[in-house]
Design a protein around this ligand. Structure first.
Ligand SMILES: CC(C)(COP(=O)(O)OP(=O)(O)OC[C@H]1O[C@@H](n2cnc3c(N)ncnc32)[C@H](O)[C@@H]1OP(=O)(O)O)[C@@H](O)C(=O)NCCC(=O)NCCS
Length: 209
């Protein structure tokens, strides 16, 4: 009976989820060959991308603020910060998914303190959670004072990136494996933010109709 079931699976190519629960009692050479066969059937390696840790894709940009980046008050333009936030987040999403990515959404951003010309801007990004094709990336921006090298947190942002294939269609991204307490907290909180984003998107779509 087990053999008939197994050949049926080989024909359809559908992996059997509960194959390990089968009571197959074949020992010796035949037993080992049979276990190898079952293992091949159970693991659809090509369809499930491997899980990656947060550390593997964490990214950082460090730049000195130049006069060309500044407003007439001599502090960095908000648009310049937003550009760098998009870039550093895209690098993390790209490293995580090993594919092309596009920005689907940027959540609220504020600027808590100015960054002056001559100071250093530091941006750090990490993938907080992967859903299916989309992933939330968190970015923290710091200003580094010119002579003390003291860092101050100036902005935070959450961005949603979607992994896309060569036909520009969304494709699934590998799951993320949070390791530290902070990574686990960000992972949990990302779920609520996603719900909020989707509800906002739906209400905007409903208003546009
Ligand atoms: C983002 C984009 C690829 C989504 O394509 P789509 O056909 O709407 O795809 P789907 O509806 O299947 O959604 C795919 C995923 O994106 C997410 N998504 C789509 N629009 C989103 C939005 N506005 N905010 C957050 N997530 C969004 C979906 O929730 C889904 O996530 P999941 O797979 O993890 O569940 C498409 O809207 C696009 O190309 N937008 C332009 C991107 C771009 O050019 N960005 C540069 C700045 S303008």
């Amino acid at each position: 009976m087990a053999d008939a079931d197994h050949s049926a699976r080989q024909v359809t190519g559908v992996p059997h989820r509960y194959a390990s629960e089968e009571k197959v009692k074949v020992s010796g050479k035949r037993g080992r060959a049979r276990s190898r066969q079952l293992a091949e059937v159970r693991m659809p390696k090509k369809t499930i991308p491997p899980r990656k840790t947060v550390r593997q894709s964490q990214s950082e940009i460090t730049q000195v603020v130049l006069p060309n980046d500044a407003n007439p008050l001599g502090t960095i333009l908000g648009g310049k910060v937003m550009h760098l936030v998009d870039i550093v987040a895209a690098i993390a999403a790209h490293r995580h998914s090993s594919s092309f990515v596009v920005t689907a959404a940027v959540d609220h951003m504020d600027f808590r303190c100015p960054i002056r010309v001559g100071e250093v801007i530091v941006l750090k990004s990490s993938v907080n959670r992967v859903f299916h094709c989309s992933m939330e990336v968190g970015v923290k921006v710091f200003r580094e004072e010119q002579f003390t090298n003291r860092r101050r947190h100036t902005s935070s942002a959450y961005l949603t990136f979607v992994a896309i294939d060569e036909n520009r269609k969304p494709k699934s991204a590998p799951k993320i494996f949070p390791e530290t307490t902070t990574e686990k907290r960000r992972y949990r909180e990302a779920e609520n933010r996603r719900r909020w984003r989707i509800s906002q998107l739906r209400s905007k779509q409903a208003r546009a109709r």
